[in-house]
Design a protein around this ligand. Structure first.
Ligand code: IMP
Length: 434
């Protein structure tokens, strides 16, 4: 299928600054769709001097005329979404059935999912995953289990919902009491609370796959907005220290209900260095003054949980793997300004495991990997008002060029600050972006 869609995904461990690029691209799209994850994601978008923190609602909500879609692959937290909608309304942003549609097949995150997420992490102690405690893993587990799942479509049918909640709570109460000595949940109260959410959301609930496929047939552009980052993908990331959904471009067709050809141009988001929240391997981590510098300068604290992020050098070996996996066409490089002020900058170009250089990237060995670094000169000049690639200092241009060389794809967009205006369009081939 010939299509002009765009898929934007993170190629590291999330928090690559997708919000700003998705926001810029939303202007050129008729639809913006989420296909994975849930309220564990967090995009911060600066628009018109105002800061918007979005977790579940796609970034296209800030643009008039864009229809925003929460796809079937998402785990949907109704109270969080309603709070976000309310917050948007208070600031004069439209968010209703006309510009926001939620898949009836998306899974509903229920109170027991959040409870289990927290209790299970506590029980794991030192072996914990370091989740966002948003109930993501338990909700996807119930999706696969089927008999204990509740979908968004069920929320809008009070009778069906009450039956399912009663049945599931009876089971979960016994389970949580045995496993965690937890207090029993009140099925009737939960059913009533979620039926009310369903009533409010009902006008927005529909078969979003049909909607997106029709849009494609009419030649209208959909922007697929990835959540998290490729190294957190449930199949292809640093398992088990991952999230529970298919976050790469490979997850778009099943998570949005569109054919594989609808993925379109794949724009891979990369941060000029690397961050990770939660536990798990991170070979280029700098648990030292450099890491502290990046954290403070880049304000590297979680949008969703406020946790300090682990920081390190740009890992080109891991990004190359993620870019190949998703068929990335070009990159958007974010937070380049954060590297300003360092004498030297390092790029990880490969791993050694047991003293041997690895030829093929494998996320399974990352815990034992040592990075091979290439060192480049840093730059001291403030780049936050550079409006073009040519305006960047030599050393910054060299850093960007070297990344393009190693990753064998162009860097189309360079971000040098949080505002929409602080964006350099360099070699982009994406129509409407520059
Ligand atoms: P979960 O998705 O809450 O189950 O968390 C699993 C792992 O993914 C943890 O290491 C989280 O910190 C990480 N994670 C989930 N969502 C995001 C995100 O949007 N950005 C960065 N890390 C995330």
């Amino acid at each position: 299928m010939d299509c002009n869609n765009i898929t934007v995904i993170g190629l590291q461990w999330g928090d690559e600054g997708k919000g700003k690029v998705v926001d810029a691209l939303a202007r050129t799209s008729s639809y913006v769709a989420r296909y994975c994850g849930g309220a564990n994601a967090g995009h911060t978008v600066l628009a018109g001097g105002e800061k918007f923190a979005l977790h579940l609602i796609p970034c296209g909500i800030l643009h008039e005329g864009v229809v925003n879609v929460v796809g079937n692959g998402v785990v949907f937290d109704a109270p969080v979404a309603l709070e976000e909608i309310e917050h948007l309304h208070q600031r004069g942003v439209k968010a209703d059935a006309e510009n926001l549609r939620i898949s009836s097949c998306a899974q509903a995150v229920m109170p027991w999912h959040k409870m289990q997420d927290t209790l299970s992490e506590q029980k794991l102690g030192g072996a914990k995953i370091g989740t966002t405690a948003r109930g993501i893993g338990p909700c996807y587990a119930d999706k696969a289990a089927r008999s204990t799942a509740i979908r968004v479509g069920d929320l809008a049918d009070a009778g069906v919902l009450t039956d399912k909640v009663r049945r599931t709570v009876a089971l979960k109460n016994r389970l949580f009491s045995a496993l965690y000595d937890a207090e029993a949940m009140d099925a009737e109260a939960i059913a009533a609370e979620y039926a009310e959410y369903g009533r409010r959301l009902a006008p927005m609930i529909c078969n979003t796959g049909v909607l997106l496929r029709s849009a494609g047939a009419e030649g209208r552009r959909t922007l697929f907005e990835g959540g998290q980052g490729s190294m957190l993908d449930v199949d292809h990331g640093t398992y088990p220290f991952v999230t529970s959904s298919s976050v790469t471009a490979c997850g778009v067709p099943s998570g949005a209900g569109v054919p594989p050809g609808a993925v379109g141009t794949v724009l891979g988001l990369i941060k000029a260095y690397t961050t990770r929240v939660g536990a798990g391997p991170f070979p280029s981590e700098q648990d030292n003054a450099t890491g502290d510098y990046l954290r403070e300068k880049g304000h590297e604290y979680g949008t969703t949980t406020g946790r300090p992020r682990r920081c390190g050098w740009f890992d080109a070996f891991a990004v190359r793997y993620a870019a190949d996996l998703s068929g990335v066409d070009e990159f958007a490089l974010s937070l380049l300004d954060v590297l300003t002020g360092l004498d030297e900058v390092n790029i990880c170009t490969g791993y050694r495991v047991g003293g041997k250089e690895l030829t093929d990237f494998d996320p399974a060995v990352m815990g034992d990997a040592e990075c091979t670094y290439e060192t480049l000169p840093g730059w001291q000049e403030d780049i936050t008002s550079c409006g073009s690639y040519d305006a960047l200092p030599d050393a910054a241009r060299r850093y960007v060029d070297r990344i393009e060389e190693i990753l064998a794809r162009p860097v189309g967009v360079i971000s040098v600050g949080p505002d929409r205006e602080q964006t350099i369009f360099h070699n982009t081939t994406i129509e409407g972006l520059d």
